[in-house]
Design a protein around this ligand. Sequence first.
Ligand code: FMN
Length: 170
Amino acid sequence: MPEAKVLVVYYSRTGTTRLLALAIAKMLSADLEAICDCSNRTGVAGYLRSLVDAISKRPVEIVPAGHDVAAYQLVVIGTPVWAGSVSAPVRSYLIENRARFAQVAFFCSFGGRGADQAMREMRELVGRPAVAECNVTAAEARKDANGALAVFAHVLKGHIARFKALAWMC
Ligand SMILES: Cc1cc2nc3c(=O)[nH]c(=O)nc-3n(C[C@H](O)[C@H](O)[C@H](O)COP(=O)(O)O)c2cc1C
């Protein structure tokens, strides 16, 4: 039976979303890619720049993707929530790749507000529903997000299994 290829892609300014991405990639035996942008987002100035980029909803320059999303049956994309929105680098990534995704799933880390809105924005940017979504607070991500991530991975594995069965029949 053919293997379904899965890619986990994320942006993380301070490492929280990265923790989730690493765990999800491990659970799914997926390839992993960090989105790198060309802005300095460190410190107070970087925070304010990120806030302005999120509120203005304009794409920012990112380093070209290292993995070709068209080679993957499922791309799992993670973002921190910025001002109730998807982060600017992930916005750019979704816009640049939206025509080439097969199926997508989303996850985010957030302080406590705006995750649903950010997920909705991600769906709108790619123009399709996600196979599954997972919102994890930063506190949970840093303490113990294994339960939430295990449920998310379980749903995705079920989806991958159905895809493999379909591919086998074709
Ligand atoms: C510019 C900016 C805006 C943010 N806005 C929100 C927000 O609207 N709602 C929220 O719950 N958290 C917000 N946060 C907090 C981050 O979503 C949260 O700390 C996240 O886990 C950071 O992920 P990272 O470490 O991967 O960058 C914001 C953080 C930044 C830097």
